[in-house]
Design a protein around this ligand. Sequence first.
Ligand SMILES: [Zn+2]
Ligand SMILES: [Zn+2]
Length: 585
Amino acid sequence: MESKINSELLKHSTAHVLAGAVLEMFPEAKLGIGPAIENGFYYDFELPRTLIPEDLPLLEEKMREIIKAKHPFEKAEISIEEALAHFERANQPLKLALIKDLQKAGNETVTLYKSGNLVDLCAGPHLKSTGEINFKAFALTKISGAYWKGDEKNQQLQRIYGVVFQDKEGLKNYFHLIEEAAKRDHRKLGKELDLFCFSDLVGPGLPLFTPNGTIIKDELQKHIEKVCRSYGFQKVSTPHLAKIELYEKSGHAQKFGEELFQVTSHYKQNYVMKPVQCPHQTQIFASRARSYRDLPIRYMESEKQYRDEKPGEIGGLQRVIAITVEDGHSFCTVDQVKQEVKNMVEIIQNFYTSLGMWDNHSVSLSVRDYTHPEKYIGESSDWDLCEKMLQDISDEMGLKAIKHEGEAALYGPKLDFMFRDALGKEIQIPTVQLDFATPKRFELEYTTNEGGKAHPVMVHRAILGSYERFIALLIEHFAGAFPLWLSPVQVTILPISEKFSEYAEEVKTKLLENDIRAQLNDKAESLGKRISETEKQKTPYILVVGEKEVADKTVAIRTRGVKEQETLGLDEFVEKVVREIANKK
Ligand SMILES: [Zn+2]
Ligand SMILES: [Zn+2]
């Protein structure tokens, strides 16, 4: 087997090959820069005409020729003056500008790399020759505009993007992933499965959940509340508005600044649409005298919060301005913190296991930036204690958390959980955060067992985070084929013909009585057409009923993703589905 080529060198060297190909097509092209990027590379050019998609295959063909010619990358180190003279002669003003920048920065020499017809200003390094690139393993993917040096005051250039891999399998996998991502796009599936919509009158960034989407949202909420209730969480409900003073005291007014929606009432009262839930919940804690015997006190809620976003950054469910957040806090004593955090980690673990996502997780222990303690609030002794506690929890629970300095929240260290979705994209949602500072700011206190007063510790936790982003993630992760318990329609009944509608109705009633979300499709269309329509909706079970089923009181079952059809007695089928829903299969 051939040894693997360094992927940075490969990507960057292929950018040189692209520049060579562009110079062949447009000898008057002016070259910008051509770095390696996450998935490949790009190169910026000033060209005599606007590129069209049809240019890309022509350029690819020229690139293949350059690769097959096996041009070595020849390095030359020359003085700045010589370099200026060279690129002056070559009429390459952008390269001249780069050399002048290097001159200003105090460089006396620069390096040039020659490969075939291309002489490029570049620090390197590169492959030994263009021949090391596999000519079957690269592709040009996109043309876009780009400003010189990324500054919109500068001239606009044309950017060509490309990808390159070790072998043609790599390229094939890449195209497969792109195709899958497009098929799974939550905006596309959200429309096809009728889960949510937007209205120009309501406004961008304000999604409307349809009946189907609302079922998914409610099922998630019911599930999470049930689990959290078993750990002592109590549900609370707080208004969407608060006086700005609440957020001045919590520090969020300064932190969120322009992202806050401010509302002035007719009576000149200044309100803020809540950007987070925590401050409201502190006021429920503060509403009564609390004793050490009452702690931990745990609140949870699934309510909206609001963040003003730049209109250009709003899109689909990923970035919205009205966000439904599943939020929870535990107020406890220092001695109780460890157990509280362990409970929350367990909740997170169970929740993501039930969705089949836990296998692919990693954990970050996000601690202070020790060189800049002034960036945080709270006592350094509290911080030491908390960081050690989270480290112990990670060790005891086998979380293998990796320490990340400088990633802590303003008020305390935290455990962050990362997952990879079905396409390998990293998602960070759940978090458990320790907070000594907020209870002090709000003067929250409880009576200790010695009769004195002490501030509780606040543990913040998010499990699924925002329902909007989480549902977008679920749609893409499952490609719309939700697990049974989350499916808006769990069973669709199709009578073979009108003659069997009465029995089909009977089946539907029986399912509904057992809390199974069932629907009947007895439209005057062929059975084949109705089956394929239902399959497109990704319904977990399709029941076909005809003469035999009516006579035997059975149902013929087509299970999503299973080839063989199965027949069961109606009661048996109901039992099976009820059990599967309860088990979150
Ligand atoms: Zn280079
Ligand atoms: Zn919070």
